[in-house]
Design a protein around this ligand. Structure first.
Ligand code: SF4
Length: 479
């Protein structure tokens, strides 16, 4: 059996793409291997959102130079966003790469691997750029890659990502996604529902719907327009599915019908990821986010009012072009006043090809970016810890995903082990349990908490004397 090694960086969309690419290569007889040295075919599914993610891939490619020289039959492919962005530059920097495939052309990967094993020529399959044709032509060149699902390819059989849209039309000035993933295109509801039914039939209990701006989902069908709330209602009917999540939301598209669906549909996780990026209107304007901080606060207030117990998380970019101390303080203020369950904080990384790189100087020194990153994280962590403390003594329900990181690290392999999973509002819980409980929904009572994790115990049924006093006369009566 030929062996495949794949390395994936980036977001959930990339993880899903890798899962599907691996599944399609398994049909050609490939089996996965954990090391590049063992592999006949090596694939990198890349990300372009930050410079660091690209540097990582180029240095991994650099390390393969000698391996390829020693074994010219090894096939090396670069997929994903960096492939779409850098195109021929990848061949220049790593001439031994066999093919470069953008995220809109992933269906070609099996054929390209087959071809690379026979001919030694290089191939590049990428989509059109945003100004390289009519909207229709550009859309057609960015195909959503959603072949039939292979349950063996998911890290856990109980959860799966389901793509509901690709691309983005928002054009935030710092972001490369609209160029590399193309125009916003929603998948037909029938295809999404069929995929979700198949997953549920295979025992999947939780699905996470994916889109760059997932709440902008819109699909016209005759005279009906499907919104995300309509899709959630239809997915909610699928027997076997127990939990539905969706990421990532765009603040301006957080409509009341969607909030009502999350509130009213019991299977919808009470968790929303709604990135704000900055607390300063001046920075938001330069980022071209399309809302003011007042709009964001209004959306947040509406969300908290509409959905009792909802957890909201956010993203921040610190050190964006021209960000002053006063701008940064407004981000700190926003974090203090917003009770985010968590915030993902990133230092601004200039991306060639974006409007941000063209229009503004990346003028915040790196040590200032680092300091702001740490300060904001510290404030957010204090809030996380205080909020998590409020869970002490409370009972939560989790879908048990598998072993905790600590259990994996310590190589626990008996039946008893530390297990982990998230609550309905996406908080991580760890607890002692049994391997057989993986894949079950369990009640857990929380006895400790830090900023990132709740620690709990499985609630067991207590059979006390009152039960005996009730059952005894019945049994006697039966005699
Ligand atoms: S909404 Fe903005 S940040 Fe998000 S993917 Fe689109 S352009 Fe990028």
């Amino acid at each position: 059996m030929p062996k495949l090694y794949i390395e994936t960086v980036g977001c959930q969309m990339n993880m899903l793409d890798s899962e599907l690419v691996v599944a399609s290569l398994r049909q050609d007889g490939y089996e996965l291997t954990a090391t590049a040295a063992d592999a006949d075919t090596i694939l990198f599914n890349t990300c372009s959102v930050r410079q660091h993610a690209e540097d990582k891939i180029y240095s991994a490619l650099g390390r393969l130079k000698n391996a390829k020289r020693g074994n010219p039959d090894k096939v090396i492919g670069v997929l994903g966003c960096m492939a779409q962005k850098d195109q021929g530059l990848i061949f220049k920097r790593a001439p031994y790469v066999d093919f470069v495939v953008g995220p809109g052309q992933l269906h070609q990967v099996p054929a390209l691997v087959r071809e690379a094993r026979i001919n030694r020529g290089q191939r590049m399959e990428v989509s059109l750029g945003r100004t390289d044709g009519s909207r229709h032509e550009i859309e057609r060149s960015h195909e959503s890659f959603d072949p039939l699902r292979d349950p063996a390819m998911r890290p856990t059989p109980y959860q799966a990502y389901v793509r509901i849209m690709i691309g983005c039309d928002k054009f935030c000035t710092y972001c490369i996604v609209p160029s590399v993933r193309g125009p916003e295109q929603s998948r037909p509801p029938a295809a999404i529902l069929a995929e979700a039914r198949q997953l549920a039939g295979e025992g999947c209990l939780e699905i996470t719907l994916l889109g760059q701006t997932v709440n902008s989902y819109k699909y016209r069908e005759g005279d009906r327009t499907w919104r995300l709330s309509d899709l959630l209602e239809a997915l909610h009917e699928i027997e076997g599915l127990r939990r539905i999540k969706f990421v990532t939301n765009y603040p301006k598209d957080m409509t009341d019908d969607l909030l009502a669906a999350v509130r009213d549909l019991p299977k919808c996780s009470k968790y929303l990821h709604v990135p704000v990026q900055s607390g300063s209107n001046a920075v938001l304007k330069r980022m071209k986010r399309g809302y003011t901080i007042e709009d964001y606060r209004e959306m947040l207030a509406r969300t908290y009012d509409s959905i009792p117990g909802v957890a909201v998380t956010s993203d921040f970019i610190v050190g964006f072009c021209g960000e002053t101390e006063a701008d940064f303080e407004q981000s700190v203020e926003l974090v203090c006043g917003s009770r985010f369950k968590n915030s993902f904080i990133f230092k601004y990384s200039e991306r060639p090809g974006t409007k941000g790189a063209e229009l503004y100087a990346d003028d915040v020194p790196d040590d200032t970016k680092r300091r702001r990153n740490n300060e904001l994280l510290e404030v957010q962590n204090e809030i996380c810890e205080a909020d998590n403390q409020a869970f002490l003594g409370r009972e939560v329900t989790v879908l048990v995903e598998g072993r905790s990181k600590a259990s994996e690290k310590h190589g626990e392999d008996g039946d008893r082990m530390q297990l982990t999973r998230r609550t309905n509002c996406d908080r991580i819980v760890v607890f002692e349990g049994n391997r057989r409980q993986i894949g079950q929904f369990l009640p857990i009572v929380i006895y400790d908490a830090n900023a990132h994790t709740l620690f709990g115990e499985i609630v067991t049924q207590h059979v006390g004397p009152e039960v005996f006093s009730l059952t005894l006369p019945v049994k006697i009566g039966l005699r």
